[in-house]
Write a protein that binds this ligand. Structure first.
Ligand SMILES: [Zn+2]
Length: 194
């Protein structure tokens, strides 16, 4: 994955922002009123982040980015579904964003609830059922169950997005689109590419 970071300027920009965040050397780019005015004419984000809704994982903060930089889709457990795919298709096909990062994280409540097989109310079972393929594939792996399931889900979502997004598989093949799996550690602040 180191090689892909070196070859992809957008991915490098994310990783460099995360390094600033970890070292408390933040630039806080793109928060000025000038930037806000500039964006009145349209948006040209450089990356799409599909992440979890967890309040501890806001992409603009942990990648040290500003207004108009990131196109963010957040849903508990960073799962996919039709509306999620549609939101991402909009950014790929209409905003010409060529990098998608699927970012799961440590201590994820949605993953934990799936592993604990909790009885949940309302619409919550739709989230755990979206995570159940990851649970089934990772449940017998050695190591930390919640981390293993979170990582299996990230990989499943990368694959599913590549297959279901309109034209995505052709774009990936021709190098016009990259989808990267990543894991954020809540304790250290570091985003690792998987
Ligand atoms: Zn989460």
């Amino acid at each position: 994955m180191e090689e892909s970071v070196a070859n992809n300027a957008d991915l490098r920009r994310l990783i460099e922002g995360n390094k600033r965040y970890i070292s408390s050397n933040l630039k806080h780019p793109g928060r000025s009123s000038e930037r806000r005015f500039e964006l009145k004419h349209g948006q040209h984000p450089f990356a799409i982040i599909l992440g979890c809704s967890d309040s501890r994982v806001p992409p603009e903060v942990l990648f040290d980015q500003g207004l108009g930089d990131l196109y963010v889709v957040r849903v508990a457990g960073n799962v996919v579904g039709k509306m999620i795919v549609a939101s991402i298709e909009y950014a790929v096909l209409h905003l010409n964003v060529s990098l998608i990062m699927v970012m799961g994280h440590s201590q994820c409540g949605a993953v934990k609830a799936t592993c604990d097989d909790e009885k949940l109310e309302g619409s919550l079972p739709s989230l755990t059922s979206a995570l159940s393929p990851a649970f089934n594939s990772a449940k017998d792996m050695p190591g930390n169950l919640i981390e293993n399931v979170a990582i299996a889900n990230i990989r499943n979502v990368v694959k599913e997005l590549g297959q279901t997004g309109v034209n995505f598989s052709e774009m990936i093949e021709s190098g016009k689109l990259t989808i990267v799996p990543a894991y954020y550690n809540i304790g250290t602040g570091k985003v690792d590419l998987l």
